[in-house]
Ligand binder design. Structure first.
Ligand SMILES: Cc1cc2nc3c(=O)[nH]c(=O)nc-3n(C[C@H](O)[C@H](O)[C@H](O)COP(=O)(O)OP(=O)(O)OC[C@H]3O[C@@H](n4cnc5c(N)ncnc54)[C@H](O)[C@@H]3O)c2cc1C
Length: 283
């Protein structure tokens, strides 16, 4: 059977992994950290813990449980997913991974920095996906906003198509080897489209477009890269937790519904079971 790739090691991703691995699928879970549980403290409303459980302990126990049952756990970040001969290929900070099916369980984070007017220019100069939109900026001047590995990866995508690319780290440290401006950003300004970036020291610079790549790629960014439908910042799925792309399922906070552990675990169970069926049917 081909590999099931699960993006996310929180309740939804781990639940998907448990059902798929026990059903006989080779499973790789990729997680770059604790997700929502890293921000929570004591969990008192999840079944089975008489005195509650520390959120970070629940996260660690989930990873261990999946690993003990045979899932491979990779502590790294996924930058993008693309179609490939074997199904899908994911780009990670530690190389590429091939999979026959994917469960996106990467939580809710859409990394929108608090820059004035960012929402005003979304789709009019502010983009969240280099691979989707770089083409529109050939011969123009663009910036990547961000300061980590994801920003570096978006920079590389843009450089395939656009000559003039600068990284705006928004007050963060410069990225080695890349042209960077480390000033803190105050606002985006323009008319119908973004025209300039204004920094907190009062200086301004003209850009035709900016690509937001703060933190890491969340569900929304990964989804855009492969043409998944989303609405109101959530991935669109059917009752099988299947997205509009055959072989890609989604679960937990990245799809609509209550943002709670019990609901994420239920989504993960369904997505993991359906992904397993999908892989079995492909053999
Ligand atoms: C402060 C706070 C308190 C909460 N308290 C409660 C509570 O008391 N009870 C309750 O039921 N719920 C609570 N919640 C909500 C609960 O934590 C979430 O609903 C649940 O964790 C969602 O699970 P998930 O697996 O969908 O996403 P998450 O738990 O957010 O997991 C997402 C996973 O995806 C990974 N990931 C994301 N992007 C990438 C990428 N590009 N590459 C690799 N990995 C990636 C993350 O590292 C993480 O492992 C709380 C949330 C917060 C923020």
């Amino acid at each position: 059977m081909k590999e099931l790739l699960i993006v996310g090691g929180g309740p939804a991703g781990i639940s998907a992994a448990l059902y798929a691995v026990r059903g006989g699928a080779p499973v790789t879970v990729v997680a770059k950290g604790g997700g929502a549980l890293a921000k929570a403290e004591l969990i008192q409303n999840y079944y089975g813990f008489a005195n509650g459980i520390a959120a970070k302990d629940l996260y660690a126990a989930g990873l261990k449980q999946a690993e003990n049952l045979g899932a491979k756990i990779l502590h790294t970040e996924i930058f993008g997913i693309e179609f490939a001969e074997e199904g899908f290929r994911a780009k990670t900070a530690a190389g590429t991974l091939n999979a026959g099916a994917v469960v996106l369980a990467c939580g809710t984070a859409r990394n929108v920095p608090p820059i004035r007017n960012i929402g005003t220019f979304e789709g009019a100069g502010v983009s969240y996906c280099a691979i989707c939109d770089a083409f529109f900026y050939r011969g123009k001047k663009v910036a990547v906003v961000g300061g980590g590995a994801y920003a570096r990866s978006e920079y590389a995508e843009l450089k395939n198509v656009v000559d003039d690319v600068t990284v705006l780290t928004d007050g963060g440290a410069a990225l080695d080897g890349l042209p960077c401006n480390t000033k803190k950003i105050a606002s985006f300004e323009g008319g119908d489209r973004l025209e300039e970036v204004v920094f907190t020291d009062g200086t301004r610079e003209n850009f035709d477009g900016v690509f937001i790549a703060c933190g890491s790629a969340g569900a929304f960014e990964l989804a855009k890269k492969i043409g998944l439908e989303s609405a109101n910042g959530k991935l669109v799925v059917d009752e099988r937790r299947a997205t509009n792309v055959p072989g890609i399922f989604a679960a937990g906070d990245c799809i609509p519904g209550l943002q709670q552990i019990a609901k994420a675990v239920c989504d993960g169970m369904i997505a993991g079971t359906e992904a397993l069926k999908y892989l079995k049917a492909q053999k």
